[in-house]
Design a protein around this ligand. Structure first.
Ligand code: NAI
Length: 475
């Protein structure tokens, strides 16, 4: 088996944590039982690009149990849990000398070149073909296939300009080596039946491609299942934002002033968590609806410029870029903590920070750095501006990821087995499947659901078995 992980001897530890996680992931385990016989993913060759954590290991092994042939990478250079990666390669019942698992190309602390090398490896099947399904988080695998096919069609890969971000230069370099007349990327794009996308940022990219008419295969937007974004983004971040801050800095949060940029699903979870720790939370927003929500939830809403000099902790949650600029960071107070929990690292202008004359970067420990300005004051930047809950901690806990990943598995089954129902475009899962995901998680929490009477169901115009809400209901 071809693979590349940090250390296979960590597999036994990884396996023990996977076993604990399985108990906390009732949705995935129920799906395994439901499809144990029929194996609906038999014939699926799934390339996954999603944080290689313990929870993801349970997802991968569910896909395998349903019949899929899987290759995997992390979607972030810092988010891999090396014991999880090792355990997936070794596989259930395997040993480091007897590998029975899945090829994984991921380790914590990849360089950008290594990250894109891994993505390329996972997109290439040993039989010379590629995947027929992608499971993506943030859209990097989808982007590589699309760009490869686009440049093959154009007959050349453009040169990078000096101002291009570092990562784009790395991608172009990889494509220059792989757009070689073999038509590899075009064939890969043609072979792919569809992609299921995990997060807000990746979904945004998919809708843009669909609008521009460049989307090459159908996509299911998993993020906008209610049981994904209203749970993982909100309750997941409510848990893991604090975990990231604590493991990185151990600073007491109570009494501090914390600024949360963005009050979408992630921002709501983060603001709630920081308030729960006793911080005075200030929110910034550009959307009047979210700003009003934040105000009515009891948060002060103002601009970053107003508070940048006085706040202690900053968390960006916007999925947008240049939210905290180099100038903002220069104005912050001594040892202010700067972090991002949005998908990409450009929410904080790290490149601009590095260019400030006289600035000095020092590693406190991996993924925690002080940046000291010429006047002697410094700030603490977490995970080099990348998502801090996965860079500095272990991301979301299993139970919430069980909701997200059950949606992923159902979406993979939908696209793979009912391909003809999904012409090229971006779809969300139907409401009854969203409700099914929630239902699978009720027992574990001791929830007793009330059953509608026939008369009540008729009165509110729904079926006794659901769906209970119209598609535009907002929860
Ligand atoms: P969302 O779209 O619900 O929320 C983003 C909010 O930021 C919006 O309300 C928007 O109006 C606001 N915003 C945009 N530009 C702004 C600016 N310049 N200043 C202040 N506010 C601004 O998106 P969601 O679902 O909350 O996701 C946010 C990001 O987090 C995405 O990149 C997503 O992929 C990522 N994400 C990360 C997770 C993690 O575990 N780290 C988990 C889930 C999502």
């Amino acid at each position: 088996m071809d693979y590349k992980v940090a250390d296979l001897s960590l597999a036994a530890f990884g396996r023990r944590e996977i076993q604990l996680a399985e108990h906390e992931m009732p949705g995935l385990m129920a799906v395994r039982r439901e499809y144990a016989e029929s194996k609906p993913l038999r014939g699926a060759k799934i390339m996954g690009s999603l944080h290689m954590t313990i929870q993801t290991a349970v997802l991968i092994e569910t896909l395998v149990e349903l019949g899929a042939d899987v290759r995997w990478v992390s979607c972030n250079i810092f988010s891999t849990q090396d014991h999880a990666a090792a355990a997936v390669v070794v596989g259930p019942g395997g040993t480091p000398d007897d590998l029975r698992g899945v090829p994984v190309f991921a380790w914590k602390g990849e360089t950008l070149e290594e990250y894109w090398w891994c993505t390329d490896q996972a997109l290439a099947w040993p039989d010379g073909t590629g995947p027929n399904m992608i499971l993506d988080d943030g859209g990097d695998a989808t982007l590589l296939v699309h760009k490869g096919a686009e440049y093959e069609k154009a007959g050349a890969v453009p040169s990078a300009s000096e101002d291009d971000p570092e990562e784009w230069k790395v991608i172009l370099d990889l494509l220059r080596r792989t757009v070689d007349g073999s038509g590899r990327w075009t064939k890969t794009a043609e072979r792919i039946k569809g992609v299921t996308e995990e997060t807000t940022t990746g979904v945004h990219r998919l809708y843009e491609m669909a609008k521009a008419g460049t989307l090459a295969f159908p996509a299911i937007n998993v993020n906008d299942s209610v049981t994904k974004s209203k749970f993982d983004n909100k309750y997941g971040c409510r848990h893991s934002v604090i975990d990231g801050l604590n493991r990185a800095t151990d600073v007491l949060i109570g009494g501090k002033v914390a600024v949360v940029c963005g009050y979408g699903d992630v921002g709501k979870g983060c603001s709630d968590a920081l308030r729960g720790q006793g911080a005075r939370v200030i929110v910034t927003e550009i959307d009047p609806i979210c700003a009003l929500q934040a105000a009515m939830d009891g948060f002060q809403v103002t601009t970053l410029d107003d508070v940048v000099e006085t706040a202690d902790i900053f968390v960006t949650t916007t999925g947008n870029f240049n939210i905290i600029t180099a100038d903002h960071m220069a104005r912050m107070k001594h040892q202010a903590i700067v972090s991002n929990i949005g998908h990409f690292d450009n929410e904080i202008d790290m490149a601009g920070l590095a260019k400030i004359p006289g600035i000095k970067k020092e590693e406190v420990k991996p993924q925690v750095h002080t940046w000291t300005f010429e006047d002697g004051h410094s700030i603490i930047v977490l995970a080099e501006g990348r998502l801090m809950n996965l860079g500095c901690a272990t991301g979301h806990p299993s139970f919430v990821m069980s909701n997200s990943f059950t949606n992923q598995v159902i979406a993979q089954i939908e696209l793979f087995t009912k391909t003809e129902n999904y012409p090229v475009g971006v779809y969300t899962l139907p409401k009854h499947l969203d409700e099914k995901v929630a239902r699978l998680h009720l027992d574990a929490l001791g929830v007793k659901l009330t059953t509608l009477t026939k008369e009540q169901a008729a009165y509110i115009g729904v079926d006794v078995e659901g769906p209970y809400k119209s598609d535009h209901y907002r929860y």
